[in-house]
Each structure stands twice: as structure tokens, then as C-alpha cells.
Design a protein around this ligand. Sequence first.
Ligand code: CP
Length: 309
Amino acid sequence: MKHFRSVDEAGPDAIRRLLDLADHMAEVNRRPNPKVPALRGKTVCNVFFEDSTRTRLSFETAAKRLSADIMNFAVSSSSVNKGESLRDTIETIAAMGVDAFVIRHKSSGVPWQVSDWTRASVINAGDGWHAHPTQALLDCYTIRTALNRTNSFDGLKIAIVGDIKHSRVARSDISAFTMLGADVTLVAPRTLLPPETTVPVETNLDDIIEDLDVIYLLRMQQERMTESLVPSLREYTTRFGLTPERARRLPEHALIMHPGPMNRGVEMAVDPSELPGSVITQQVTNGIAVRMAVLFDLLGSGSNLEENE
Ligand code: CP
């Protein structure tokens, strides 16, 4: 693989290979010195045109654990503020010698544009409403480990609940979960659904909650809404939020997931740290292992993962 820009582009074999590779990376991360020289001499550049806590820091950590050099491009203090174009910005950074760009941008399709302007690998860290493939990968890895699965999700019932319309996480998760064989249902008010969906839709969470293996709550993305799509956040919580009552109705083994950042009291109307099924912090931890897997897969040709630092 040269780039990792979407789950669909990567395809099922690559997704399974990366999940298996993430297991090796998780083992590296459990060592007292969680560092290997696999990407020594490689340079990774984080280019984030949108805010991020989890994705940016976990790519930085992943690169460092593989001994790559990491550059962090801060838009707020860059020449973008003097009118420099995206293309000139990318070509300027590429001229410094970069092996991989990790890019987040508010416009869909930017990672594909960037790969036309550089010979470096391009990893999509979130483009508009379109895709967030490493989030999908870490979500699959979290389900796989927490439910003791292999790379087959056959028979798993997963509900993705909330603002599907504006969610790149939902689009990538739908692709990845169905690719591995899960039965995915979208649960949302009609106004927060895209015009077309490839999986079944349910508008009443209470009708299905007792049958779920995974409930995946999405953040209400108030920054992407230009119109009022729900009557009020309080009504949204009443119909679609994870309330204490709904948490009690979930099966004992069911996982509670959220990509973060979460709106407490809106989609998450319980304290997830008090729910045994919550794997939200494991999702963050697993993000490092899967991003190490992606970086190693793209840049690590010929290097030995077993060698210690
Ligand atoms: N899940 C996710 O993409 O979080 P950040 O926006 O903090 O990176």
C-alpha cells in the first residue's frame, strides 16, 4: 500500500493485515521500553487544518515508538495565514524530505489532492464528512480484542447512533464493520441521516437496544450543522442518548463506544467510567497500535519489527 486514505480504497485484505499487525504493535507498547527502530531515518509530518487531540497525538506517539522523526505543522502559526495555498504548503514541506503526510482537513477529498502533489505516502486523518479510516481501524481492533474475536465480525449486531449525516467516523465504520461481516444498523432522527444508506436504519433505539453487541455513539457535531436539525438537544438525549435506563437495558457483554470528543449530557447521558461495557479509553489506547501498524505498513518495507531499540 502506498497511501491509507479510506477503508474502501484499502479493501478487506489490507484491513485484516493491519489489524493483525496492530496486535504486534500492541505487544511492543506493553514492553518496558515501548520503542523499536523500524522506521529510523523516516520522517512523518502531521498536517492538521482542523482541531484534534486524539488523532494528532496518537500519530505522533506512533511515529516516535517506531523511531521515525515527526514534524508537526501548526496551521495557526504558519504561512497559510499569509495566504499560502494548500498545494504550496504541501510542496514546501515535501521539499524538506517527508516520507508520509498525515492530513486532516475540513474539505472532503483533500488527501487525494495532496497525493497528486507529493511522492510521499498520504494518510487520511479525517477529511470533512467523508472518511476517517484510522478511527475505523482502531474501532475494529477494539471490538476484536474486547469481544475476543478474530477478523470475522459475523453475527455481531452493531448500532451506530446519532449524527450520521455529518460523521466521517460513521462512514468509515460502516465500511469497515460490514467488510468484516457485522450487521450494522444506523439509529438517528431522519434529519441526521444521509440521503442514501447502505445498511438498515432504525429511528427507535429502544426497539433494538436489548439485542446489541456494540452501541457506537456519535458526537452531535454542532460545528458542522448550519441549520437546526433537532428540535432541542434535550429532546435528542431523550430519544437517542445513552441514559442510565438504556445502559441498564444493554446486554451484559455489550460494548459502549464513542470516537470522542463526547458531549456529556447529550449523546452520553451517563458517566461512561461507571459502565463496565465502556471501551472508550481502550479505543484511545488502541489508536496508537493501529497507527503504528499503518505507518509500518506504508514505510517499513525491509525493516525488522522484532529488533529492540
Ligand atoms: N476521534 C477523533 O478523531 O478525535 P480527535 O478529533 O480528537 O482527533
